[in-house]
Design a protein around this ligand. Sequence first.
Ligand code: NIG
Ligand code: FE
Length: 437
Amino acid sequence: MTTLITNIQQLIGTREEHTLLRGAALANLPSIENAFVLIEDGIIAEYGAMYELELKVPQLPKAIIDAAGQLVLPCWCDSHTHIVFAKSREEEFIDKIKGMSYADIAAKGGGILNSANKLNEISEEALFLHAWKRLEEVSQLGTGAIEIKSGYGLTVEGELKMLRVIKKLKAQSDLSIKATFLGAHTYPQAYKEDHQGYIDLIINEMLPVIAKEKLADYIDVFCETGFFSPHEMETICKAGMSYGLKPKLHVNQLNSIGGIEAAIKLNAISVDHLETMTETDITLLRQGGSPQMGELPRSSGQGEPLLRSDPPGLIGTLLPTAAFFLRMNYQPARILIDNNCAIALASDYNPGSSPSGNMNFVVALSCIQMKMLPEEAINAATINGAYAMELQHEVGSISIGKKANLIFTKPIPSLAYLPYAFGNNLIDKVMIKGQFL
Ligand code: NIG
Ligand code: FE
């Protein structure tokens, strides 16, 4: 099946060279005015300016779509979500408005443990249907690739149930999906005083089944005061890595406790959240993100080199809607960009800290509150998000050979209007693998 899209007012994110964007390069968002895209079997086969059409597409296909007045951009690549959950938690939202602290809520059995209780009560089928609905919802909002974590099971059965749901989502959806095992999201009640017992459960009972059934691509740990220490994170990640799972980690949300340094040692794909960043963390992220080896400082004390190997380097994934929802300081995006760190933007869609997977709002918030330029935000939410899921060869830009995952906007005056007119639905249609939703 061949489809030609013509008269596109502006075709955004056109690139044939692929690099993770950092520093000044993040503001470079190539585009073509008055453009066309040719799609063959769901894949971008050609694109260019309308004046090149005759030359580049000598034989016009039967299916031609006129996109006059529309901007077309690559679908969002949301590289950090928790969309498999049993129930929303708006009662905690009200409790917080009334003044309860996170600790008070946790003491009432709220938070992640609340979600874990609900998840362990629900059937795999029902869980799948809830997650499927969320996947449909975010795809209508322009998301074409997504990473999904476990972490609301916290029992062997619960974690496996979540990961099997994600595997089924992968099989049945046209979206590109990556699965992350986050058994180390918090210590379950039964192991509050027995951390080693839960770590053993992860390593001896969960990971072997996950590996055998090929249920995950990545391993994640919530490295935070009161949750998992950097040392515990290293132990868990090394076990996951022995089964081929690469680390993508929750660090520096509430405290800076050495998570980034540990992530660099583990050769992690990304460090996510980053609301709380010290100067040392920023330096480490910049150096850990550098594709060159041998430029790095040694880790404190141990004399062990901070290994960073293959390009593209460590990515800092910013989750501004979590900071927004929890009324926290935003991630220091401007400082990170100006320090040449590689950053991506993601939604963190989950029932506790970001009950929305709307990447259009993530992009708007990044511009409004973190002073990212519209071009920087769009790159961070597309091509750099693709890198944060190792999907840079199939999604994240308008490139020959990549999936035709495209957002068609309503008529808008310019690209900057997208984040500027925040909260308005400016998407006319979404195309996934060459098919309109
Ligand atoms: O990424 N911070 C840890 N995990 C989630 C929130 C979990 C929850 O409250 O349910 C996050 O923000
Ligand atoms: Fe998260």
